[in-house]
Design a binder for this molecule. Sequence first.
Ligand SMILES: Nc1ncnc2c1ncn2[C@@H]1O[C@H](COP(=O)(O)OP(=O)(O)OP(=O)(O)O)[C@@H](O)[C@H]1O
Ligand SMILES: [Mg+2]
Length: 493
Amino acid sequence: MTVAENGKHLAHYSFQAIASYSIYRKSPNACAHNDHLSVEPNTQHMKTPRDFKILAIDDDPAFLRSLKRVLIAEPYQVITTTNPAQALLIMEEQRIDLVLLDLKMPQRDGLSVLEDMVKLYPDVTVIMLTGYGGVQEAVKALKLGAADFLEKPCPPSVLCKILANYYTIDQQRCSLKMTNRNRSFDYPDLVGESHEMQRLKALITRISASEAPVLILGESGTGKELIAKAVHHHSIRNSGPFCAIDCAAINESVLESELFGYEKGAFTGADRSTQGLIRSADKGTLFLDEIGELPLKMQAKLLRTLQEHEVRPVGSTKSQPVDIRIIAATNRNLEHEITNGRFRSDLFFRISAIPLLLPPLRERVSDIPLLVHHIMKCQSKETSRNISKEALQLLQGYAWPGNVRELENVLCRALAIAEQNTILPDDLPATIVVEKQVGSELSPVNDSLLAYEQSAIEKALQKTSNNKRKAAALLGISEATLYRKLKLFGLSN
Ligand SMILES: Nc1ncnc2c1ncn2[C@@H]1O[C@H](COP(=O)(O)OP(=O)(O)OP(=O)(O)O)[C@@H](O)[C@H]1O
Ligand SMILES: [Mg+2]
C-alpha cells in the first residue's frame, strides 16, 4: 500500500478527530538501558511490522473494525475480538506481541483480564484503552503491569506513533533475547545439572530481556541469593550494580534510614547525608532478601518507591529519582502473611510478576556430587583433597533441612577434622551418618513452605484452567515436577 493510499484509509477512519493522548507512559525500560549494552542487532531474524502481532480486545465491534483498518495499513498483523475469554485462548495458541485492551467490557473487567495476562505472559506489552476520564483506573492498570494507557477516541496518528515506539522496543528486546539465547547460561558459580537446575537456568536465560520483578521462593540455604545474582548477570542491567539487602538482618529502628538514606541533621548522629541502600542499586538490581520480614510501615514506603521510581530520604522534603529492578526472595508463605495482615497484597502483586520456585536440595540429590566438588574446591586450596564414595553416598542420603548452606558447613567441618586427604564417613556429623536414607522425599522440614507451594500450584492451575504445561511454566518448574508435587499434595485427579 502506498503512502497516499494509506492516508486515504486514515481519512475514512471514524475515531480520528477528537484530541486524545497517552496519559502516562512507563519508561520503556528495555530501551532505557540499551545505551550501555553493546548488543549487535541480529538483523537476520529481525521482526518486520508484518511479523508484529497485535491483539485488540474491545466490546465495540465498530471500534475494532476501524482500529483494524488503521493498523493493517501500517502494516501490522492484527487480531480482534470482543470477548476477553477468547483473547486469552488466542494468546495461549499463538505468540502475541502487543495487546490493546479495553478497560470496561460487559463480560469481564479489563483490569482482571490484564492481571491474568501479566501473570501468564509477562513479556507481552499491554496497552489499556478506555473512554474519557478513567485516570484512576489508568493508574491502577499501570500498577498492575500495563505498559501504557490510551484514551479513546485516539487519533490514528497518535496511536500509530505509540505502536511504532513499542514495535522498536520489541525489536530491541528480540535482538537482546537472541544474543542471550546464543550466549546461553553462563554463571558458573551456580552449580547443578539436575533436571530442576537445568529448568531454572533455562528460565533465567529466557527471562533475561524482561524487566519484570522476580520473586524467588525457596527454603533457607537453597541458593536464592545466588539465583538473584544469576538473574542480574543475565539481564540488561548487568553493567549496573547488584545490591542485596537482607530485610531480616537490619534492626527495625535503623531500617528506614538504611534503605532510603537520610539527610544531614535528620536525627542525632546524622552528620552527613547518605544515599541509602535502595539508591545504591540505581541502574542495577535491588535484591530484597527475606522480604516477608519487612515491617508494614516499610512495606508502604517501599511500595511508593517502586510505583513512583523515587526515594524520599529520612528528614528530606524532596524525593530523588531511582531506577531499579526488583528481585525479592522469601522462605515465608507470603499469601499466608497477607491473610494475617502482615504483608501488603499490593506490594506482593508488585514484586511477584515472575515467580521462581527453587527446589530444596533433597529434591535434587543428583546435584550433590557436583556441589561437593565445587564447595571443596572453593574451601580448600589443596587440590589433593577428596571425598570417599561412602561419604558421598551418606551426603546423598541425608535430607538437608539447611540445604546447600548446611552442606557447605558440613564440608568445611569435615575438611578441618579429616586426618587424611580424603573425607571419610567418620568425618561427617553423626546426624548424617544416622540418617542414612531420606525417609520420604519430602520430609516436611518447612511446613509453611510446603503449604505455600501447594497454594501456588493450585492458583497456577486455576489461572491456566488446569493446563499443566502452562501452570508449570507459570511456576517456573518442569511439568514432571508439577505432576510429582500434585501427587504429593493429593491433587493428581
Ligand atoms: N546451586 C548452587 N551452586 C553453588 N553454590 C550454591 C548453590 N546454591 C547455594 N549455594 C551456596 O550456598 C550458600 C547459601 O546460598 P544463598 O545464600 O544463595 O541461599 P539463600 O536461599 O539465600 O539462603 P537464606 O534463605 O538463608 O537467605 C551460599 O554460600 C551459596 O553460594
Ligand atoms: Mg538469602
